[in-house]
Design a binder for this molecule. Structure first.
Ligand code: DX5
Ligand code: ZN
Length: 213
C-alpha cells in the first residue's frame, strides 16, 4: 500500500517547506484541484502543478480534479506535468472521451465517485481505467470524518478487478487516519490519500509510518 499525502490543509505560504519534508518519504503527492462550482471551494490551477513539478521531479503527481468540466482542462494539467489525472463521474464531461483525452497525453486516467455514488455508476469504464478513487468524505474540504460506506465500495472494486482481470489501482480519499486506514487495508486498498492526518502533524514521518504499519 502507498500513501498519497494531500497538501490541501497545508499553510500554502509554507508549501515548499512542507513538500521538502515529505517528498523523499512517499512516492505520490495528491493535489486537489477545485473550481468553486463542482465543490464549494477553490484551489490550484495548472500553473501550480507546473511550478512544483520541477521541485519534486521524483514524485508521482496524483491530481484530483473536482471541477465541473474536466475535459476542458485535461490538456493544461497534462502539459503542466501531472502523472495521474482523476476526474469525477458526477462532472459534466463525457466520461469515455475524457478518459481518452487523458490517455492521449500518456497520463494515467482515474475516475472518482462521491460518497452517494455507487460503483455501478462507473462499471462501463472500469476496463479502461488506471485508477478508481473512492471518496470517503464529500469532496471540498480536508479534515472531515471518514464515511464507512467507502469500505464496501473498495471491496466491490477489489472483487470486480479480480473477477474481470482489470488493472486499475484502488485509492481512497477523505478522513484517513491510523484507525480508518485499517478498514481500507482489509478491503484491499492500494493507495490512501491522507491530508490532515499527515500534513498537519508535527512528525509527518511518524504519521506516514503509522499508516503503512
Ligand atoms: C477533499 C479532498 C481530499 C482532502 C483529504 O475534497 O479530495 O484529498 O484533502 O483531506 P483529509 O485527509 O484531511 O480528509
Ligand atoms: Zn482529493
Amino acid at each position: 500500500m502507498e500513501v498519497s499525502p494531500s497538501i490541501l490543509t497545508c499553510d500554502f505560504s509554507n508549501l515548499k517547506n512542507d513538500l521538502e519534508d515529505i517528498k523523499n518519504l512517499v512516492k505520490y503527492i495528491h493535489i486537489d484541484v477545485m473550481d468553486g462550482d463542482f465543490v464549494p471551494n477553490l484551489t490550484f490551477g495548472p500553473k501550480f502543478v507546473k511550478d512544483f513539478r520541477g521541485y519534486c521531479p521524483q514524485n508521482i503527481f496524483d491530481v484530483h480534479l473536482m471541477i465541473s468540466n474536466p475535459l476542458k482542462y485535461i490538456k493544461n494539467f497534462a502539459e503542466a506535468g501531472s502523472d495521474i489525472i482523476t476526474f469525477h463521474v458526477e462532472s459534466k464531461s463525457p466520461v469515455q472521451e475524457t478518459i481518452k483525452e487523458i490517455k492521449s497525453y500518456g497520463k494515467l486516467a482515474g475516475l472518482s465517485i462521491k460518497p452517494k455514488t455507487e460503483v455501478s455508476a462507473i462499471k462501463d469504464y472500469l476496463a479502461d481505467l488506471d485508477l478508481v478513487l473512492v471518496m470517503s468524505v464529500e469532496p471540498g474540504f480536508g479534515g472531515q470524518k471518514f464515511m464507512p460506506n467507502a469500505v464496501d465500495k473498495i471491496k466491490e472494486l477489489y472483487d470486480l478487478r479480480k473477477k474481470n482481470g482489470y488493472n486499475y489501482l484502488i485509492e481512497v480519499d477523505g478522513g484517513v487516519n491510523d484507525e480508518t486506514v485499517k478498514l481500507c487495508k482489509d478491503a484491499g486498498i492500494d493507495i490512501v490519500v491522507a491530508g490532515s492526518y499527515v500534513m498537519n502533524a508535527e512528525n509527518r514521518k511518524e504519521r506516514i509510518d503509522n499508516l503503512l504499519k
